[in-house]
Write a protein that binds this ligand. Structure first.
Ligand code: OOG
Ligand code: NI
Length: 467
C-alpha cells in the first residue's frame, strides 16, 4: 500500500528528470539548443499533421511529449550497477532488456532502467540506458588490474544518497522533504567532473585500450553523457541540425522512414571536445558528451523483431566495403530497398502479428452495445469501427543502433570486434536480479487492453488468439 505521507515514485522521477535536464543544459548549452530545435520542429509537425496530433492525443502521448527523454550512463563495476539499480528503484525504474555490445566492438553490456507500465510511463517517461564496462575485455592484464583498482577506490554515490536509498527501502517510500533531498543527492552522481581522477599518462594508456574505458575509469563518476528528447520527424531534424551548428552523425540509426514508424530511429550531434584536468594539474581534452534525438514508433512482436533484424542485417551486408564518403547514401538507399519487405500498413502489421496494439471500445461500439447490434467477433468489431486499435509505442532500445551511436562518438579507432560471447548471467548477477523481458511487457499491455474491451462489451475474445 502506498502511504499518503510518501511522494510517489512517479513524482520523484518526474522531478528528477526535470532537474537532470536543467543540470545538463547548464553543463552542455548545445543540448539546450537541441531541445529548442526539437520543440519547434515538433510544433510544426503537429500543426501540419492534425491526424498525427489526434493519434498521439488518443494514446495519451501528446501530454508526455515535452517530458519525454532518456539518458545514458556508463558504470565501471558490479557494485556500482547494483547500487544504481537501488537508486533507480526509488524513481520507480526497473531494469528492462539486456543489450550486448561487445560484438560491435564496444566493451560494455547494458540494460535500460525504465518504468514498467503504461500509466507510470505516461506520468513520466524517463529512462536511462545503463552500460557496465566489461573489464575482462581489456587485453593487457596489468592495465586491467590497474583499472579494477581505480574503480574499486571510487565512490560514485554521496553518503546522503546512500542513506536515503536505505530509508526508502526501509520505509517503502520517501516523504516530501526526503524526496527533495534525494533528488539533490542523486544528481551528484550524474554530474560532470572536469577534474579527472588519474594522471595524463594513465588516461593515455586507458584511451589506448579503448576510448570508452578511459571515459569510465578516468573520472570520478558516471557523468550523464546525453539526454534524448523525442522528435516526431527525425528526418527534418537531421537536415536542420547542421544549420544550427550541430555536427550530426552521418546517418539515422534504425528502420528507414515509413508511413507508420516502427521501433526507434535515432541520430545525434557528435561528442564535444571538452577541457579536463588530469592529476598534477595537467590540462587535457576529453570527448564523451553528445546530443541525441529519437523518433519512436510501434513496438514489434518477436516475429516483427525477427523480420526487422533480418532486413537490417541484409542492409549492412550489402553495404559492406562501400567507401566511407559513399556509405551514408548507400546505406539509406539499401535500407529503404530492403525494408520494402516490411509491411507499412497498420492492418497488415496487426493481422500478420508483427506489432503490438492497444484496443479500445469506440463510441460506435457503445452505441451498438446499447442497441443490441454489436458485431460478433473481434475482426468484425474492428471492421465496423466498434473497436479501435493503435500500435503500442516502443519504449526500449536497439543494440545495433546503440552500437552505432557509441561508434559515431568514438571516432574511427577501436573498430575491432570482441570475440567474447554476451554474458547476460554475469550482468544479472552484478545487477542482483534478472532483467525484465520487454516483449512480455508489451504482450501483457495488449492483452489487458483486449480483456478490458471484452469486459466492457460482455464478450470473450480468447479465441482471437490475442488475449
Ligand atoms: C549509450 C549509447 C546508446 C541509445 O540511445 O541507444 C544510446 C552511450 O553512449 O553510453 O544512447
Ligand atoms: Ni541514447
Amino acid at each position: 500500500m502506498q502511504n499518503d505521507a510518501f511522494v510517489s515514485p512517479e513524482q520523484i522521477r518526474a522531478r528528477f528528470s526535470q532537474a537532470l535536464s536543467a543540470m545538463y543544459q547548464a553543463e552542455v548549452p548545445l543540448y539546450g539548443e537541441l531541445l529548442a530545435l526539437v520543440a519547434t520542429l515538433n510544433r510544426q509537425t503537429l500543426a501540419a499533421n492534425p491526424q498525427l496530433a489526434e493519434q498521439l492525443r488518443q494514446a495519451g502521448e501528446l501530454d508526455r511529449l515535452n517530458e519525454e527523454r532518456h539518458g545514458a550512463i556508463r558504470l565501471g563495476s558490479a557494485a556500482e550497477l547494483a547500487t544504481m539499480a537501488r537508486l533507480f528503484a526509488v524513481l520507480g525504474m526497473q531494469p528492462v532488456g539486456y543489450y550486448d555490445l561487445a560484438d560491435a566492438g564496444v566493451p560494455v553490456h547494458a540494460t535500460a532502467f525504465r518504468p514498467l507500465n503504461e500509466d507510470a510511463l505516461r506520468l513520466s517517461p524517463f529512462r536511462v540506458f545503463t552500460s557496465l564496462l566489461r573489464l575482462e575485455l581489456i587485453g593487457d592484464p596489468a592495465l586491467r588490474q590497474q583499472a579494477e583498482q581505480i574503480l574499486a577506490g571510487r565512490q560514485i554515490f554521496t553518503p546522503g544518497a546512500l542513506a536515503l536509498i536505505e530509508r526508502f527501502e526501509r520505509q517503502g517510500g520517501l516523504t516530501e522533504q526526503e524526496a527533495q533531498a534525494f533528488i539533490e543527492q542523486a544528481l551528484e552522481t550524474f554530474r560532470w567532473h572536469s577534474q579527472a581522477g588519474v594522471s595524463a599518462a594513465v588516461y593515455q594508456q586507458l584511451q589506448g585500450q579503448h576510448r570508452l574505458i578511459a571515459d569510465v575509469v578516468a573520472f570520478k563518476g558516471p557523468h550523464i553523457n546525453h539526454l534524448t528528447p523525442r522528435i516526431l520527424d527525425i528526418d527534418a531534424a537531421q537536415a536542420a541540425m547542421p544549420r544550427h551548428g550541430m555536427a550530426a552523425k552521418e546517418w539515422v540509426e534504425g528502420p528507414p522512414p515509413r508511413r507508420h514508424p516502427i521501433l526507434l530511429r535515432q541520430t545525434s550531434f557528435k561528442a564535444l571536445d571538452e577541457a579536463v584536468q588530469f592529476s598534477c594539474a595537467s590540462p587535457g581534452q576529453h570527448s564523451a558528451r553528445f546530443g541525441e534525438i529519437e523518433q519512436r514508433g510501434a513496438a514489434l512482436t518477436a516475429k516483427g523483431r525477427a523480420l526487422y533484424d533480418q532486413l537490417l542485417q541484409a542492409t549492412r551486408e550489402r553495404c559492406t566495403g562501400v567507401a566511407k564518403h559513399d556509405y551514408a547514401q548507400c546505406y539509406a538507399e539499401t535500407l529503404a530497398q530492403c525494408f520494402a519487405d516490411f509491411p507499412d500498413d497498420l492492418e497488415m502489421l496487426r493481422r500478420q502479428g508483427l506489432a503490438f496494439f492497444r484496443y479500445r471500445v469506440t463510441e460506435a461500439g457503445r452505441a451498438a452495445q446499447a442497441a443490441g447490434s454489436l458485431a460478433g467477433d473481434l475482426e468484425a468489431l474492428l471492421k465496423t469501427g466498434q473497436l479501435a486499435c493503435e500500435p503500442l509505442v516502443y519504449e526500449d532500445f536497439l543494440p545495433v543502433s546503440a552500437a552505432g551511436i557509441f561508434q559515431s562518438n568514438l571516432g574511427d579507432a577501436n573498430r575491432e570486434r570482441y570475440r567474447q560471447d554476451a554474458n547476460r548471467t554475469e550482468f544479472e548477477q552484478a545487477l542482483g536480479r534478472p532483467v525484465q523481458d520487454e516483449l512480455a511487457l508489451y504482450a501483457d499491455y495488449q492483452s489487458r487492453s483486449l480483456q478490458a474491451c471484452a469486459r466492457e462489451l460482455g464478450m470473450d475474445f480468447a479465441e482471437a488468439g490475442l488475449a
